[in-house]
Design a protein. Sequence first.
Length: 124
Amino acid sequence: MSRREELTDEQWSLIEPLFDKPPVVVTRGRPRRSEREVLNGVLWILRSGARWCDLPERFPSYQTCHRRFQEWVKDGRLRKVLETLADDLQARGKLDLSECFIDGTFVSAKKGAFVSERPSGAKV
């Protein structure tokens, strides 16, 4: 995803309220990466279908992106982010929500395989 494919300032302003401001705590270790940077990395993974470890270096580490992705899925925040962005696209006439879906959990894939496999009738 190129810089122009990352969240625009307008898109970020719509979803920024969904993210709490982390408390400013002086600790050892690396500084916390911004929610926007991490979300751009997560969206790159979701858009590309790549493995987490293949996240380009321009994003925060894949471990950071994956950890926050799991947090956001668990607390429902990622769903709210995707719905907010989809609603904005619909309001601007760029998306017809009756012709698409946000969740792709219907996709079947063989564990460890790079190519999707058609499920057998016996397993379905």
